[in-house]
Write a protein that binds this ligand. Structure first.
Ligand SMILES: *[C@@H]1O[C@H](CO)[C@@H](O)[C@H](O)[C@H]1NC(C)=O
Ligand SMILES: *[C@@H]1O[C@H](CO)[C@@H](O)[C@H](O)[C@H]1NC(C)=O
Ligand SMILES: *[C@@H]1O[C@H](CO)[C@@H](O)[C@H](O)[C@H]1NC(C)=O
Ligand SMILES: *[C@@H]1O[C@H](CO)[C@@H](O)[C@H](O)[C@H]1NC(C)=O
Ligand SMILES: *[C@@H]1O[C@H](CO)[C@@H](O)[C@H](O)[C@H]1NC(C)=O
Ligand SMILES: *[C@@H]1O[C@H](CO)[C@@H](O)[C@H](O)[C@H]1NC(C)=O
Length: 620
């Protein structure tokens, strides 16, 4: 979104926070609005505090067996097995199967209309004409080859495969301005990568906030699992939905801000791409059939642009078996409690259909403790086979508290060394800045990580600097070089209390699953913090929540040469600069094919020369 839109929607959701006090005083806060008029930036928002309530309970004791027999085969009662020496106990960072199979998909992005909840058709950008986009499915160890054609008239695009490690394929990470030039209208690009991990994820445009227009779909990579189940129900994406385009919402957010008004609420929530409209006069509920007595795997994916969501199925427990691409020790979220998800996160759960018969509501509520809310929560109907589908009469508690899900213990235990923490740890400060923005020379308020905003040039990605052996990276590339392979690096993302309102941010890293050593409120003292961190068996994933007004301590090993973005996954925030890029072991990067890379760039440059709309944000 335009840099001008100071804050993301979720920020505005928070009560009693005056923004003016967070913005550097020695600058006048003027910026050009989209109409070219100078407007005064006003800053007041509302917020509620983050209560610490946990929505889950105990860890199932049935997971005590750590090692699956590598020779056993996968089946309903042996999901921990896979075959050919691979199982849930394999360290997939070190070893993964090579099946020799190539699975190919063709995705075409078009500018069209959609109407997922019956409210009326609106402008959308879709993949192969469907919303959400098609599910990409492969097996652990397969090579995925995905051809993306940009059939939009007036925008570039690029597609990021969220959570995919991209080992030896950094050029397929899909980030315009970092790993590629965007794909120009009419052009196509081939992405190719090996599935070194398994589980559930999604893919989405990484071209400004374009995924909010509908350019996203789901990914399933079949492999072993830490819980047994009989039936795989498949993916179940959940997202916030706006009746305006993502671009219009951003403009409205900006305009509201001028009058110190909060941004618009999302109009609806969608489950698997559908819901009734808020008046319940049109649209339809997603409907899922359960087979009595069977265990069902459901793959929940948060594909929102802004809102925090809480999930429950009335009358049923949900056993969480994985968080992002990391299998975990099964965690039971009991009936009456709620599973919490931040943007970009995934949880695979097992639902035991032990209620015999009936219709049950499945609920995806915007967590009002985390955000301003929504004009409508989402419902879906889960029906036992043999029961006639009807609107359920079941009830549930309301979700409470705004905290990241706790109790996520990786199945494959891996400790993080603590002895190098104090010498290696680096703080990445997160704050609002006033910076002169290169795209239009104006002083604008932006989000900064590591003291400055990120702002890339689409026509000169980091990969181009590597091809040119040119190390004069612009400071706006927010480059953090990690030249040494095989070491542990430690990062404390710290909200600077004087310069940022106390709001949570979902922090996502490309190319790695980071280890979440700890998080807290207030200011972390780097010289003493290590004593309070978990180095023994920390949660591991690719997205974690930075608590409002607090810090998040992360670690990862430099075991994947490449150029990797780390950013806030609130679409408006990365658009406004909230990210850094790690350039990891640059001399060992497996570079993309230079001819194909340069072709994409030369087509992009020709389009950019006559582009109908200007770049007005970080581009990411
Ligand atoms: C989509 O189509 C509309 C007209 O219906 C046009 O104004 C807009 O520029 C197009 N956007 C893109 C990205 O092609
Ligand atoms: C993308 O297209 C939309 C119209 O559909 C336009 O408003 C927007 O400015 C375009 N963005 C870029 C960077 O081309
Ligand atoms: C989600 O929607 C797709 C497309 O309509 C459908 O094929 C799939 O079965 C649905 N998933 C579930 C879990 O119902
Ligand atoms: C999706 O992520 C956003 C941003 O972190 C979060 O606000 C929302 O609750 C999440 N939704 C779900 C279903 O987890
Ligand atoms: C949920 O799990 C708890 C303990 O883990 C168990 O006592 C209870 O019967 C389960 N409820 C259902 C509906 O399966
Ligand atoms: C290196 O990159 C900088 C910044 O883009 C550019 O000004 C300079 O000309 C480049 N140097 C070479 C030798 O290409």
């Amino acid at each position: 979104m335009q840099l001008k839109s100071l804050v993301g929607l979720c920020l505005l959701a928070f009560a009693s926070v005056s923004w003016a006090e967070y913005i550097p005083q020695n600058h006048f806060l003027w910026g050009e609005n989209r109409m070219g008029k100078l407007v005064r930036r006003a800053t007041t928002v509302t917020s509620s505090s983050t209560a610490a309530a946990t929505s889950t309970s105990s860890i199932a004791s049935s997971s005590s067996v750590r090692v699956a027999d590598p020779s056993c085969t996968n089946g309903p009662l042996s999901r921990a097995c896979w075959g050919n020496g691979y199982s849930i106990a394999t360290d997939f960072d070190q070893k993964s199967p090579t099946t020799g199979n190539t699975v190919t998909y063709n995705l075409e992005i078009t500018n069209t209309t959609c109407n997922p909840d019956g409210n009326g058709a609106k402008l959308c950008m879709l993949i192969n004409g469907v919303f959400p986009g098609p599910t990409i499915r492969a097996k652990w160890g397969d090579q995925l080859v995905i051809n993306v054609k940009n059939s939009l008239q007036d925008n570039g695009t690029s597609v990021h495969w969220h959570g995919i490690r991209q080992l030896s394929s950094s050029g397929s990470d899909g980030v315009g301005g970092i790993t590629e030039c965007p794909i120009a209208p009419g052009d196509s690009k081939q992405y190719s990568f090996r599935c070194t991990q398994y589980g559930t994820s999604w893919y989405h445009s990484h071209f400004s906030s374009q995924y909010g227009e509908g350019i996203f779909g789901t990914i399933v990579i079949d492999g072993p699992a830490s819980s047994n189940y009989d039936i795989d129900l498949g993916v179940y994406p959940i997202n916030d939905w706006y009746y305006q385009t993502a671009l219009q919402v951003n403009m409205e957010t900006f305009n509201n801000l001028q009058n110190t008004a909060p941004p618009p609420n999302a109009d609806n929530m969608l489950i698997n791409g559908t819901n009734m409209n808020p008046g319940k006069t049109a649209g339809k509920y997603s409907q899922v059939t359960l087979t009595p007595g069977k265990k069902h795997r459901l793959r929940l994916i948060n594909t929102s642009v802004d809102n925090f969501i809480s999930i429950a199925l009335d009358g049923h427990n949900m056993t969480v078996m994985s968080a992002d691409f990391i299998p975990i020790q099964p965690l039971v979220v009991q009936s009456g409690q709620w599973l919490q998800m931040a943007i970009g996160m995934r949880y695979d759960v097992v639902i035991n259909a032990n209620q015999g018969s009936g219709n049950f509501w499945f609920r995806a509520n915007v967590n009002t403790a985390c955000s301003s809310g929504n004009n409508n929560n989402a419902l879906a109907i889960f029906t036992y086979s043999g029961t006639t589908v009807a609107n359920p009469t079941t009830t549930n508690t309301s979700p409470s508290g705004c905290n990241d899900q706790t109790g996520l213990i990786p199945y494959w235990k891996q400790a993080v060394p603590s002895d190098t923490f104090n010498s290696q740890v680096k703080e990445l400060s997160l704050q609002l800045n006033v910076e002169q923005v290169t795209t239009n020379g104006a002083n604008l308020v932006v989000w900064a990580l590591d003291t400055t905003m990120i702002n890339i040039a689409w026509d000169k990605p980091t990969m181009q600097y590597l091809f040119d052996k040119n190390t004069s990276y612009p400071s706006t590339y927010s480059m953090i070089e990690l030249p040494t392979e095989g070491i542990w690096t430690y990062w404390v993302v710290q909200e600077v209390s004087a310069r940022s309102p106390p709001i949570p941010h979902p922090i996502h890293l490309h190319g790695h699953d980071f280890f979440v050593l700890g998080s807290g409120t207030g200011t972390a003292d780097l010289s003493t913090i290590s004593g309070s961190l978990n180095f023994v068996n920390p949660a591991r994933r690719d997205t974690a929540s930075l608590p409002g007004g607090g810090w998040l301590a992360l670690a990862f090993q430099t075991n994947n040469p490449g150029a990797w973005l780390m950013h806030c996954h609130i679409a408006w925030h990365i658009s406004e600069g909230l990210g850094v890029q790690f350039l990891e072991a640059k001399d060992s990067i497996a570079m993309p094919d230079q001819t194909a890379f340069s072709n994409t760039c030369s087509k992009w440059k020709s389009f950019m020369a006559k582009m109908p709309y200007a770049k007005e944000d970080s581009g990411l």
